[in-house]
Ligand binder design. Sequence first.
Ligand SMILES: [Zn+2]
Ligand SMILES: [Zn+2]
Length: 157
Amino acid sequence: MYVNLGELKEKGSFKKFSDSYSPDNIDYFNREVKIPADFAVSLTVYKDSDGFIFTGRLTGKFILECSRCLKEFEQEVDRELNFTIPLEDIDEISRVNISSYIHEVLILAIPIKALCDSDCKGICSQCGADLNQESCDCTQEDLDPRLAKLEQFFDES
Ligand SMILES: [Zn+2]
Ligand SMILES: [Zn+2]
């Protein structure tokens, strides 16, 4: 994502702009974070004596897989953007690439633990039932493995 800063010559001059940012799906510690649509970026950029100061917002959504029930769900993203690009980092004033700054904020918006709902009951580790939709009897039948062996012994004899 590029922005032309050539018109901001005086210190204190600024401009507002908006654009869309279209990242690829993100592989986040072996979890896939899907990006279903472009993110919206709205920014104001101010010229300072030794660089450009950007402030604004990044909005869009992720599709994440719930770490308990493994269902995909949408998560809204609405983050503040706040970064400065020093003049010495700029090669071409008419075409300044700001993607890496936006991407960094996007990565920080990914939750460490993805949950479709803080009350998600997950899936039964034994029968695979989605415990948000149905209940199962596994917990009641969840015998001590030694007792289960004993039970099997009596069944066979
Ligand atoms: Zn869930
Ligand atoms: Zn079960």
